[in-house]
Design a protein around this ligand. Structure first.
Ligand SMILES: Cc1cc2nc3c(=O)[nH]c(=O)nc-3n(C[C@H](O)[C@H](O)[C@H](O)COP(=O)(O)OP(=O)(O)OC[C@H]3O[C@@H](n4cnc5c(N)ncnc54)[C@H](O)[C@@H]3O)c2cc1C
Length: 336
């Protein structure tokens, strides 16, 4: 619940919004958890429209922020525009996709983003950022960082190479045998991704949940070597070098939570999904404090067992605005 909600069906409406009062931006709300009633204005992007152009090598789409992500994946595939099949069934809007650089099954959306258009709240004008200006990284972008609360995404430009390459590096997709017909093969990947996701992830319409609650932590090689002594089987994936030129690795947050015996752990109506430890289920009857307690308990348990910090991927909104919950901040409100 919020004090007021404005639905933006045409980007130009943003010129009329009073940004002097506290506000948050929302797409479909699938990655956002409200701890309490929010006291400010909710700006909800509901604009629609898809424009297509092409040249010899590429197909270009300009898609309004309010379009639904999965519907876009389905419509591109139906039209023979290939590339988004690994990202099927991710809930939410197109406008939110660049914010955390949505990713799944070996693909991140940044691979297909050509540009992001939006409204600069301070300068009261629209401008475009090219892909390389968006600072995309694992579940990160400039829209979550420097431009958080400063820039409202109104349209996303995509670029698809007509010469399509399947992405089959993720475990269960490796078994797909390609037919040689690009469209058929992309459809196979889409179907497989949908099947896996339906088996693995609870449908938020049936049991409320926000998908993966925590980000997979990134650690240095030194930390990894220490962990491997106690947990030789710990899943880890190289992700390159950090800013200090040190090798870094991604761990699987779900595996850590599972190893800490937290599957099925409950605080009031909040439960660590017994099937998939990275997902928190909301069975109802819980308060914002219960959610905070659950996050802190998981973070504390993982720190104590593995000396690893878990950050929540889900955006958390309290009465005054967005807050980050961590063992050092507990709940840092309105400072993001
Ligand atoms: C069951 C389930 C499975 C999921 N699986 C995945 C997955 O596999 N991979 C993955 O990456 N994510 C996944 N997610 C997370 C979620 O789908 C994505 O984060 C998605 O992009 C959220 O879209 P939304 O419109 O609902 O965003 P919202 O929750 O409405 O917003 C998310 C954030 O983006 C900001 N935002 C939204 N729209 C705009 C805009 N137009 N301009 C500026 N900022 C904006 C909001 O302020 C907020 O901070 C999953 C979620 C669920 C519930």
């Amino acid at each position: 619940m919020a004090q007021d909600v404005i639905e933006i069906s045409k980007s130009e409406q943003l010129n009329q919004v009073d940004f002097n009062i506290p506000f948050i931006i929302l797409g479909e709300g699938s990655n956002t958890v409200f701890l309490n009633d929010y006291s400010g204005l909710v700006i909800s992007m509901k604009n629609s429209g898809i424009e297509k152009t092409q040249d010899e090598k590429f197909i270009y789409l300009n898609v309004a922020a309010g379009e639904n992500w999965h519907a876009l994946v389905c419509s591109t595939l139906a039209e023979g525009i290939l590339g988004l099949e690994n990202l099927a069934l991710i809930p939410g809007s197109v406008g939110a996709a660049p914010v955390q650089n949505i990713g799944a099954y070996g693909v991140e959306v940044q691979k297909f983003i050509n540009y992001v258009k939006g409204y600069d709240i301070n300068q009261k004008r629209f401008y475009t950022l090219l892909n390389e200006q968006c600072e995309f990284a694992y579940r990160e972008s400039i829209f979550k960082g420097e431009l958080n609360q400063k820039f409202i995404i109104t349209e996303v430009g995509f670029k698809f190479n007509k010469s399509w390459q399947p992405e089959l590096t993720y475990g269960p997709l490796k078994q797909i045998s390609l037919t040689g017909s690009n469209k058929e093969d992309a459809k196979q990947i889409f179907n497989q991704v949908v099947t896996i996701r339906e088996e693995k992830l609870p449908d938020p319409k049936k049991i409320p949940n926000a998908g993966s609650f925590f980000k997979n932590p990134i650690i240095t090689n030194l930390q990894l070597q220490a962990l491997l002594k106690d947990y030789p089987e710990i899943p880890h994936y190289p992700v390159g070098l950090n800013s200090k030129n040190i090798k870094i690795y991604k761990l699987a947050a779900g595996w850590l939570i599972d190893q800490a015996q937290l599957k099925g752990f409950k605080i009031a109506g909040i439960e660590v999904n017994p099937q998939q430890a990275l997902v928190l289920l909301n069975h109802g009857g819980s308060s914002g404090d219960d959610i905070i307690q659950m996050i802190l308990t998981i973070q504390h348990t993982i720190r104590a067992k593995f000396s690893v910090e878990l950050d929540h991927e889900v955006r958390i909104i309290d009465t005054d605005g967005e807050c980050k919950i961590s063992l050092s901040n507990l709940c840092l409100k309105g400072k993001l």
